[in-house]
Design a protein around this ligand. Structure first.
Ligand code: SF4
Length: 604
């Protein structure tokens, strides 16, 4: 097997796989000693997967008060309980650590091929411990674990790093790596993971790229060739239940737009609802939303050479919401362009141009940073007067400065909260230091409760509360009942993340009127493990995960005061064009001169 990367000298190679292990084991990689041990998962670790296991490891093994960038912190990669199986959309990866951004527990969830490959190698989790003496590349395959110096990758952006690592290994691998932002310890840095077609997905949130960088862990290459160690106790039952789940997903009307337009489909839903973050969350509608909508994306991808839509980001995906975005000449720009990037970099910065947004997303990927926190930081920088509103070229230059490590580049690469503090901007849309995603909490109030109370900081993946879900009477604007709905969705998503399902699939049982699909999911798990679970298993699992996460945060010193939205969300009213917004007279005048549609009720 070739060593990783061109011109990288091998430091040490250790074969660690012991004979006779079950297919569910924990692999520990100690970067201080460049050693690795593999042991059968026991106790809690045996029963848990994905986000549940990252929460459990952090609670058992990481001092909550530790320095997130110190040696005591651990970085955990864990496929879900369904990982590597034939269940649809079940290969997500949970990445966990104490976050340098929220100072509390973090789980960043990602697509890509890593979850499936680790599961097929029989690994429940990989735990990275200690700190290497120099930047290091780790390789994991059937033969064991090997280490190599990453010095030749120094200073390269993520696209270049992936090319280097790919060149020696062909395509049968998945790479997880950090870019210069992670090396620099910037708190909006994420971890890049490759998809089966070598596009990029990011465990974006909470600064886990900085944790990886603090361990001098530059990249991990995983090869699962010849390996398929996912044990299924009752394959016939699994096939039967998977068929039911697959049919429900393929016929779900709410996924139709997603399949056609990818997540850009959401742009006009939030625009119509008046919840599209616009001009640093001062408005809920954008007068150029049509230019960045799903329809515009669909047209553009059909028209351009080499552009594609309807792609999976992992082997088992049947929804296929990913795309490849090319420029007018058909040259690759980015894969994939997602709603959250469109909202935070686009409407939130008044940039109504998909090409400009795509170039900024590419620069974020190259540096290895979260497009959401960086998008929110750009809007804060615009509010602070660092660059004009809507200046796509200026925003791109600023993001490119992250790679160069300039003062402004580092500021933007540390996310919205840090940028606000640096520029003296009060209006920063974050909770626990993490920027909100693309839904205004004044309109989607249940999601606002999730932003505020999620142990992992403001994020849509922690529990979106939408109308048209499990309760047809649910009103996202009601003054009462939001906490209950948020709690339900937070528990549900914690369970979905622990099983390793994609949240897109996770929304289907919520909307299913037969109310039987959650049982189908439980039966899929039962077929794999051979254990029986009650009807309330998923909600109990979700509650247990949240309890572990809250316990860690409490011990880390977070209090109820951290479970709050920023004050401006309660004292500024939100209008579709900002006409009710108290902080800008100029905005009010401009709104009167534009032709924004009136705010309408969120579609039920
Ligand atoms: S639905 Fe989209 S995000 Fe989910 S697994 Fe498929 S391609 Fe990835």
């Amino acid at each position: 097997m070739p060593i990783i990367g061109v011109n990288i000298a091998r430091v040490k190679a250790i074969l660690v796989k012991e004979q006779g292990l079950s297919v569910s084991s924990i692999l520990r990689i100690n970067l201080t000693t460049l050693t690795a041990t593999q042991a059968e998962a026991t106790g809690d670790y045996r029963r848990l997967g994905g986000r549940a296991i990252t929460a459990s490891v952090l609670n058992h093994e990481v001092p909550p008060s530790c320095d997130p960038l110190g040696e005591e912190n651990k970085l955990i990669w864990a496929p879900g309980l369904m990982g590597g199986s034939i269940a649809p959309c079940s290969g997500r990866l949970s990445v966990g650590a104490k976050s340098p951004m929220t100072r509390g527990i973090k789980e960043a969830n990602t697509g890509g091929a890593m979850g499936q490959k680790l599961a097929r190698l029989g690994l429940k989790a990989v735990i990275f411990e200690g700190k290497a003496k120099e930047p290091t590349v780790v390789r994991i395959d059937e033969a064991g674990v090997s280490f190599a110096s990453a010095r030749p990758l120094s200073g390269l952006g993520c696209y270049e790093i992936l090319e280097q690592l790919k060149s020696d290994d062909g395509n049968n691998i998945c790479i997880g790596c950090i870019g210069p932002a992670g090396d620099m310890g910037l708190t909006a840095s994420g971890i890049i993971f490759t998809t089966p077609d070598f596009q990029i997905r990011l465990a974006a949130r909470g600064g886990l790229g900085a944790v990886m960088g603090s361990k001098n862990l530059k990249a991990v290459v995983v090869d699962d060739a010849e390996s398929n160690l996912v044990e299924v106790k009752d394959l016939a039952k699994l096939e039967e239940k998977v068929a039911v789940l697959t049919e429900a997903v393929l016929t779900s009307p709410s996924l139709e737009g997603l399949r056609r337009q990818g997540t850009s489909h959401i742009t006009m839903l939030t625009q119509i609802a008046g919840a599209l973050p616009t001009k640093n969350f001062s408005r809920g509608q954008f007068d150029q939303a049509g230019k960045i909508s799903g329809d515009s994306m669909e047209k553009l991808l059909k028209m351009r050479a080499n552009a594609k839509s309807g792609l999976p980001c992992m082997d088992s995906c049947i929804i296929r919401c990913s795309n490849i975005f090319t420029d007018e000449a058909g040259k690759f720009v980015v894969g994939s362009m997602e709603y959250e990037s469109i909202a935070l970099i686009g409407s939130n910065c008044l940039i109504g141009d998909l090409d400009a947004i795509a170039r900024i997303v590419r620069a974020c990927n190259h540096a290895g940073v979260d497009t959401m926190d960086v998008g929110a930081a750009l809007a804060v920088a615009m509010e602070g007067g660092l660059l004009p509103w809507g200046d796509g070229a200026g925003a791109l230059r600023l993001v490119e400065e992250i790679m160069q490590g300039t003062e402004n580049g580092r500021m933007i690469g540390c996310g919205a909260k840090y940028t606000g503090e640096k520029l003296g901007v009060q209006r920063v849309p974050h909770v626990k230091g993490q920027a909100m995603s693309g839904y205004d909490p004044r309109v989607l109030k249940g999601t606002g409760v999730t932003y505020a109370t999620s142990p992992t900081g403001a994020d849509h993946t922690a529990g979106m509360v939408l109308p048209g879900g499990r309760d047809p009477q649910y009103d996202p604007d009601a003054a009462q009942g939001q906490a209950r709905e948020s709690r339900f969705m937070q528990q549900w998503m914690a369970a979905i993340d622990s099983l390793g399902f994609c949240m897109m699939l996770g929304m289907v049982p919520i909307e299913d009127q037969t109310k039987k699909l959650d049982r189908t999911m439980i039966d899929c798990l039962s077929a794999i493990t051979g254990e029986e679970y009650g009807d309330s298993y998923l909600m109990e699992l979700g509650e247990a995960v949240l309890a572990m996460e809250r316990a860690f945060n409490k011990a880390a010193g977070l209090t109820k005061q951290d479970d709050r939205l920023p004050k401006f969300f309660s004292h500024e009213k939100l209008g579709p064009g900002g006409h009710n917004c108290v902080h800008s007279k100029t905005d009010r005048v401009r709104q009167q001169q534009t032709s924004l549609p009136p705010l309408v009720c969120y579609p039920r």
